[in-house]
Design a protein around this ligand. Sequence first.
Ligand code: NAD
Length: 396
Amino acid sequence: MIVSPKIRGFICTTAHPEGCAKHVAEQIAVVKERGPIEGGPKKVLVIGSSTGYGLSSRIAAAFGSDAATVGVFFERPGDEKKTATAGWYNTVGFEREAKAAGLYARSFNGDAFSDEVKHEVIQAIHEDLGQVDLVVYSLASPRRTNPKTGEVHKSVLKPIGEVYTNKTLNTNTGSVEEVTIQPAEGNDIEETVAVMGGEDWELWMDALQKAGVLADGVQTVAYSYIGPEVTWPIYKNGTIGKAKEDLEKTQRSLDAKLSAVSGKAWVSVNKALVTQASSAIPVVPLYISLLYKAMKDAGSHEDTIEQMDRLLRERIYNNQPLPDDAGRIRIDDWEMSPEIQNIVGKRWAEVNTENLNTLADYEGYQNGFLKLFGFGLDGVDYEADVDTSVGVPSLS
Ligand code: NAD
């Protein structure tokens, strides 16, 4: 099948198997170029390992630290007529590269929120690795079925207490428009916390600890975002921000529980980047486009792989986590530097459809978005017939 991008709103409904594999290979090259991560993790579980920050975490651990990795994700396989989701092809690419490098890699495709998947993964760790020394929690999902009650929770991206109006980027047309978002109502906050808060991270860690598969000195990390004031009504102070507050509460609770195995829990605040999850948030794509331009001009731009490599190499495994007052690792430090924020803040006030390409890196945003689905990568023949039904080796 010849595969081309089919974009519907903020999602691309096709993915290119070879392009995704190339994207993974490029990320691997970034890590290898930097050399081994001293004292890095050796047996790693990544929950949400197929795209975005979780995929890059898996790559950084495997290729920076020769780690055996277990990955959990929720993706759709392809067949002769339909492409798989990008995360499926990313994992095919990752596992092939891992095998070629002699690294253990095993993947689980299923609902990470369920008891069944937790049970299966723990069983596999038990049998194959004995224990894990790093657990990365990187799920981003619009809904979660609570395994105890069966209730389906849905997360929303809404401000709290007031209507929020600001600029946004229509990523289909490239026009800067105004968006008005109505505030959370009913149980929107509780629902969002139930999906994106810390409850499931804690359920995972409790189950892993109870099963005795956490190594002495284990570390666990989950990801958060803070960003500049202009995005606070929709992010930090919005429904998703409440979920992230809950995640931080969980971090403190896990820290206490993990002391039994001399372990440590972290929340890492990461940089705003184009991922499948972030492209769905109003206002954020415009901010990201402005941010990319400012950071590329300053030479400080990073993608998910540079972020995750730096997190492991310079913070978690270098005894230099440099936590902020709330105990969070701030790998968003370059994004939040006053120099960058001054530029972005000034341009935020000025940006419109006409000057978008001068003030912002809309092209970089679009290229980054397409790359998530395996499109626009150098060296990939997009006119060629490709096998869209490739299987993830460890799942076949
Ligand atoms: P993403 O959409 O790229 O990745 C989400 C992952 O979760 C995928 O591997 C997907 O398969 C998996 N997943 C979703 N539902 C699942 C389920 N039910 N069972 C198993 N797997 C499931 O998202 P991302 O942007 O990398 O986000 C990961 C984390 O990083 C989130 O906590 C997010 O808030 C945080 N973060 C993102 C940004 C950003 O700008 N993208 C910035 C800072 C922090």
